[in-house]
Design a protein around this ligand. Sequence first.
Ligand code: NI
Ligand code: MN
Length: 226
Amino acid sequence: MKITFYGHSSFGIQIGELHILIDPFITGNQLSKDKIDINDLKADYILLTHAHQDHVLDAEAIAKNTGAVIVSNFEITSHYEAKGIEIHPMNHGGSWDFEFGRLKFVNAIHSSSFGNGEYGGQPGGFVIESEHKNIYISGDTALTMDMKLIPGSTNLDLVILPIGDNFTMGIEDAIRASDFVACDKIIGCHFDTFGYIEIDHEEAKRKFYEKGKDLMLLEIGESIEL
Ligand code: NI
Ligand code: MN
C-alpha cells in the first residue's frame, strides 16, 4: 500500500494496481496547484468525506477524466450521479467489499454542504482494510468518543488525522484521537493551507513524540509505503 500526499486532506492510496483518491482539492490549493497536475492523477475510486469545497473541488473533473467511481454518503453521491458520474453510495456504520478491500463509512463530527449551499448529508470518515493493512481516514472532525469503536473491530496500522485546529481537531485532540483508535502511527493533514490552520511542524511532531507517537507530515507529492 502506497500513500501519497497531494496537500490539505488529499491523498492517493495505491493498492496493487488500483488507485484510490481521497478528498481531491488541488487546483484551489495555493500550496498544491503548481506541484500537482490533476490531469496526471490516476483514480479508480474517489472517496469523499464531506461536501466542503476544500475536499471535493476537483472530484468532478478527475472522475470525468478517469472514469473513477465516487464513494461517499448518499447525498454527496446523488449530487455526482446527477452529473453522470459512476457512484457508490454509503452511510454511517456500513461496510462494503470493494475490489481494493473492505471499506467502512464511520462517524465524524463536522458539517457538510456544497459550495452552492446544497445539502451534503452528514460528514464521515473511512476505514480501509486491505493487503493485511488497516487505515483510518477520519476526515474533518472533532475528537469524538465514537473513535473508540474502531479498534474494537479493526487493528489499525495507520491513521490520517486533521491537526490544523479551528475547523477540526488540533494537535492535542489529535493525540487523544490516536489513543482512542489505538494507533501510534499518524499522518497529519488539514494544516497550513489557509491562515486559520497554520502550524509549527517541529512543535507538532515533538508533541506527538513526547506521547510515544510518530507524526508524519508529508511534503506535497511525497509518498510512503505501508
Ligand atoms: Ni470541512
Ligand atoms: Mn476541510
